[in-house]
Design a protein around this ligand. Sequence first.
Ligand SMILES: [Zn+2]
Length: 207
Amino acid sequence: MSDINKDVHKHDLLGGRLCLDFANTVSWHDSSEESQELLTSYEKLVNWSLHANILNKQQSLSLLKKAEDQPAKAIEVLQQAIELRESIYQIFSLVTKNETPASKDLAILNEALSNAYGKMRVVLGENKFSLEFLNGEETLDGMLPPIVQSAIDILTSEKELSRVKKCEGHPCGWLFLDTSRNRSRRWCSMADCGNRAKAKRFYRNKK
Ligand SMILES: [Zn+2]
């Protein structure tokens, strides 16, 4: 099995929440012509999940081995993950514009939620109960429940939901949680889209 794929390893996690980072696994997400898919194989989905700390190395290796034995199922899970990601992206994109998400996208998220609940257990810790995910390596789609939970956590938190923003660098389209005190964050990254915007402004002023 290959080690973490270089492209995936370099892929920035700037969203501030797992589901937003997952939504950002497409570069130039807002452009139909220039968008670039990161998750081009099941292996990349697993590698990204390792990169995003959903899975540990041993779980990732175990999933990749399982996928070798069930290639058709692995492709199905990849398609399911991409469908879920696009729904998450559409839902939060509309939320940033104060618009209502499409019921089709909410239905996809809800279906993923019912699958996710099947992979969660309430466990008793030292002196409190908590929700835990079953081992991520048990089924090929084991990386999806934490992503779904992350999306539900934001959607059901008024405070967090109001802080979801879309990068102003067009057509970047990346989503992030603005945790700055005065809610002034405008770009996915200052080094990338922020600098490009600054350079554009500089050029305009010079003219
Ligand atoms: Zn950006």
